[in-house]
Design a protein around this ligand. Structure first.
Ligand code: HSE
Length: 443
């Protein structure tokens, strides 16, 4: 029986799990693709690592060793970063080797460059979005008969872990982040997780497959969870919502615009996505024929991510190469990004105000001017110091101005441009003591 030799460049948490799957599940893998999948060499900066040595595969610190062995047919890149992985990808494809990666940041920048280069070689990137959920194959193949009307989901395990712990255990933001890091969910630079950047990378990849749109990171709305505080979570609970960081893509069937955005959302606690806790991920995809479908699973962590990496190796071994982003013909199409200002939504707003007569009417007047209709309103007369989330802005405002009140309100659907204008004007009112905080609301 033929062997397919594999080089793994970057043998950290995910890389070690890839080797373990290839070793532990070798019989089932052989049965599924008809060849032996052999981890031939691991490239790592730390080849003295005990756990790595115990895997019993040849190791090297030199990336060239993955390329100099002509028997290696598949290069797996798991080092992270952008430019070096891109160079490795080009080198693999130029030397006729298949390339597999879990690297969403690199793909967010270079997926179309790579697609041009990979006409005769296979490239797999299932693990780049939502860890163990096979969402790439679902969009490329399983839902291939559909126009995708929308996809929205929780695509970052770390931020979902933090939001869950803040909501269910009242945990401090930093403590929850540290826990997520210790569990191996977070990026090397965790600001990518909490700022929405990691979700945006994944959304861009999914949008390429769902719509064939070559959108760029700097052109889409990206907001993170850094400013969410316990008081926002309290409001959400009071009105039957939970707060989740979502990546959202939408396209009406006859429209030539695609809406792409990443931001925290209040979602009704009855929705499936609302029940997705800790580091789990879930994506809802609505197709014009199939209706809504929902995919749930581990979005981060060694074994789940490695499961997706090995599924790509398996597909390559079966010689089922298909166009990288799923389109046979050119998709330099006429679709364009919908401007952020022209989206519409319901909104949740937190305002810190002086507690005196006329304040509510001043604020209501501004909302009325911009056709923003208030749906629910909660006023907290005084607010104890938020002991679990030390966001400077919040605590400064709350601690130093005891006669202030916090207004928590939600709106009916209105235009993003109108709410932005209203909030800019409200921020300038004398009675408003902090920059208003807004979260988009989905129900
Ligand atoms: N840092 C990512 C997350 C890992 O938390 O989801 C998987 O991409």
């Amino acid at each position: 029986m033929k062997d397919i030799n594999i080089a793994i460049i970057g043998v950290g948490t995910v890389g070690k799990s890839v080797v373990k799957i290839l070793q532990t599940n070798k019989d089932i893998l052989k049965a599924r693709c008809g060849v032996n999948l052999v981890p031939r060499i691991g490239i790592s900066r730390d080849i003295d690592d005990k756990e790595l040595k115990s895997l019993g595969i040849p190791l090297s610190t030199n990336i060239d060793d993955a390329f100099s062995d002509p028997s290696i047919e598949v290069i797996v890149e798991l080092i992270g970063g952008v430019e070096l992985p891109y160079e490795i990808a080009l080198r693999a494809l130029k030397s006729g080797k298949a390339f597999v990666t879990a690297n969403k940041a690199m793909l967010a920048y270079h997926r179309y460059d790579l697609e041009k280069q990979c006409k005769n070689s296979a490239i797999g990137f299932e693990a780049s979005v939502c860890g163990g959920i096979p969402i790439i194959k679902i969009l490329k193949d399983g839902l291939g008969a559909n126009h995708i009307l929308s996809l929205s989901g929780i695509m970052n395990g770390t931020s979902n872990y933090i939001l869950t712990k803040m909501s269910k255990s009242g945990l401090n933001f930093k403590v929850a982040l540290k826990e997520a890091q210790d569990l191996g969910y977070a990026e090397a630079d965790p600001t990518l997780d909490i700022s929405g950047g990691d979700t945006a990378h994944k959304l861009l990849i999914l949008a390429s497959i769902a719509y064939g749109i070559n959108a760029k990171l700097e052109d889409i709305l990206v907001e993170g969870i850094e400013e969410i505080s316990q008081i926002d979570i309290l409001f959400a609970k009071e009105f039957g919502y939970v707060i989740k960081l979502l990546g959202i893509a939408k396209k009406e069937i006859h429209s030539d615009e695609v809406e792409l955005r990443v931001h925290p959302c209040l979602i009704s606690q009855d929705k499936l996505l609302a029940k997705v806790d800790k580091a789990m991920n879930a994506i809802s995809v609505v197709g014009d024929m199939v209706g809504e479908t929902v995919y749930y699973g581990a979005g981060a962590g060694g074994a789940p991510t490695a499961s997706s990496v090995v599924s790509d190796i398996l597909e390559i071994a079966r010689s089922k190469t298909s166009p990288m982003l799923g389109y046979m013909s050119s998709h330099e199409n006429t679709l364009k990004l919908k401007p952020i200002e022209s989206i519409s939504s319901k909104y949740y707003i937190r305002l810190n105000v002086t507690d005196k007569p006329g304040v509510l009417s001043d604020i209501a007047l501004v909302f009325a001017k911009y056709k923003v209709s208030i749906r629910t309103l909660l006023q907290k007369e005084t607010w104890e110091q938020d002991k679990t989330h030390k966001k400077d802005l919040d605590t400064t405002c709350i601690e130093s101005k005891p006669k202030h009140a916090t207004l928590l309100l939600s709106t009916h659907i209105c235009a993003e441009l109108d709410i932005q204008k209203a909030l800019n004007e409200i921020e300038k009112l004398i009675c408003v003591v902090c920059k208003p905080y807004m979260i988009r609301l989905l129900d």
